[in-house]
Design a protein around this ligand. Structure first.
Ligand SMILES: Cc1cc2nc3c(=O)[nH]c(=O)nc-3n(C[C@H](O)[C@H](O)[C@H](O)COP(=O)(O)OP(=O)(O)OC[C@H]3O[C@@H](n4cnc5c(N)ncnc54)[C@H](O)[C@@H]3O)c2cc1C
Length: 461
């Protein structure tokens, strides 16, 4: 990836792009040369420690202003990588929370292989080292005509470009009888790292002898496709010693799933999967796995044919759609946000880009890795446009990892290429078969662990 562009002949184009505003660095040759030099110095100082130049330049009131809504994986990556590309722009992230709970790896909190603390990251490095401004409140309304965002704390911010990465909202009401209140108190969804994750852990640890945990999986698309199967596997491990007659049942609104070449292999070997005394069973959509109703009083889930499944712990992963902000601000079509895949600009509003779980992404899965790579494509496109360069044709990589136990991991790689206007991206994937050699399983296990740490650092450090 190129980090900074000094293309020829770009001043005029930039000036036409910025009708009423002359952003810093676009005035005269001398000033531009000075700024080019200071950009390089600033970039170097960002990369190698101090960040004096970025600090002074990015606080300039006339600087090009990139506003980012959402400081999750997509938004935080966009902020950091925009700064690496360009030390002059002012970058502001609107994010209500002061810390971010990192979901990749969060299933490991259940068996105790990771703690909430391990999964918590702060914005300190982005603020101090990369000179990103954070406003810890919610964004409420965008005035696209005036290019302004109103915040919950009554501030109004002007932007030159707006990146929106607000994640998903949970459609608890799509399952009759289920609600956010029930998810928080009794039947956790636990599909972002919060108190529901800890409630689920507590419930599993106090499961009655021979009890049953049910995980209901919504129809795709939902965030992190392999995570329900990873979670189910971890829960069986948790119960193996203390409650060996307990069962985990996956009620699945899908027939196929990612890594369905590996999980069943492991389950058959270790959990008697497919036999009468299995400690883990799965009901696929074609066999009635789609849940439509909850009878909370009886702890029963009911499928579309009226069949009942009783459990002691119900982990109902609620169906998802784009975050509320996207609906309130006319960024959606159906449940998700439409974008142009060349640069992830919204098809609905100019100078607005939407990335991450909130977009219509198929064939890209909704993963953090994909969100981060979409963020890199967007900031490169914005920076290219700023410098009068033609934007390139992107390709997005997804590196997916999952575990069955600490010493057995799996990975897959997918590439999504731009396929022309109004067309979905073209996918090519590489899904390795099951590694039956112990040392290879172990190697993939430690690769998966390292991947999570490296990925986290690539955004927040
Ligand atoms: C159990 C689990 C395991 C996972 N494991 C993996 C994995 O191994 N690998 C992987 O790649 N992905 C994994 N994921 C998926 C990954 O977490 C998501 O795909 C990723 O977080 C999407 O990034 P995002 O920026 O779209 O949304 P998020 O990271 O959810 O960020 C959205 C942010 O927007 C903020 N926001 C929302 N509304 C507003 C508003 N109005 N104003 C301001 N801010 C707002 C939120 O507070 C939030 O911080 C996992 C997910 C789960 C649930």
């Amino acid at each position: 990836m190129s980090l900074y562009h000094f293309g020829e002949n770009r001043t005029e184009k930039r000036l036409t792009m910025q009708k009423n505003k002359t952003p810093i660095g676009y005035k005269t040759m001398n000033r531009r040369n000075f700024l080019q030099l200071s950009s390089v110095l600033a970039l170097e100082s960002i990369l190698f420690g101090s960040s004096v130049h970025a600090s002074s330049l990015s606080s300039d009131a006339s600087a090009f202003h990139l506003v980012i809504i959402g400081g999750g994986i997509g938004g935080a990556t966009a902020a950091k990588y925009m700064r690496l590309l360009n030390s002059e722009v002012k970058i502001t992230v609107i994010e209500p929370n002061k810390e971010y709970m990192f979901c990749p790896g969060s299933n490991e909190i259940l068996p105790g292989w990771a703690t909430v603390k391990d999964q918590t990251v702060t914005y300190t490095t982005l603020k101090n080292r990369y000179k990103v401004n954070f406003i810890h409140t919610k964004a409420e309304h965008v005035n696209y005509r005036k290019k302004q965002v109103s915040l919950e704390n009554d501030t109004v911010l002007s932007y030159d470009k707006l990146i929106v990465s607000p994640g998903v909202s949970f459609d608890y009401g799509a399952i009759e009888g289920y609600s956010r209140e029930l998810a928080e108190k009794s039947f956790p969804s636990a599909w972002k790292l919060d108190a529901q994750t800890l409630l689920l852990k507590k419930q599993i640890l106090s499961l009655p002898k021979g009890g049953r945990v049910i995980i209901s999986v919504p129809k795709s698309p939902y965030r992190c496709p392999p995570a329900p199967y990873e979670r189910a596997t971890f829960i069986v491990h948790m119960l193996k010693e203390s409650n060996p007659t307990a069962k985990v049942t996956i009620l699945d609104a899908n027939d196929d799933f990612v890594f369905d070449n590996v999980y069943p292999y492991y389950w058959e070997k270790h959990f008697n999967f497919g036999k009468k005394n299995a400690s883990l069973e799965r009901v696929a959509a074609k066999d009635g796995g789609t849940i439509v109703k909850l009878n909370a009083a009886k702890k029963v889930l009911i499928n579309s044919e009226g069949k009942e499944f009783k459990g002691d712990v119900l982990n109902i992963i609620a169906p998802e759609k784009a975050a509320r902000f996207a609906f309130d601000n006319d960024l959606t079509e159906g449940d998700w946000c439409p974008v142009n895949y060349k640069d992830f600009s919204s098809t609905k509003h100019k100078d607005v880009y939407v990335i991450g779980d909130a977009i219509i992404s198929d064939p890209m899965p909704k993963t953090g890795y994909v969100a981060a790579n979409q963020a890199r494509v967007v900031v490169q496109a914005i920076n290219d446009e700023l410098h009068g360069k033609q934007i390139g044709t992107p390709f997005i990589v997804n590196d997916c990892i999952a575990m069955v136990e600490q010493d057995f991991g799996m990975t897959l790689s997918e590439i999504f290429r731009y396929n022309g206007e109004n067309k979905p991206l073209k996918a090519r994937d590489y899904i390795p078969g099951v590694d039956k050699q112990k040392f290879q399983q172990k190697m993939l296990g430690s690769l998966a662990e390292d991947w999570q740490k490296t990925f986290r650092q690539s955004i927040f450090s």
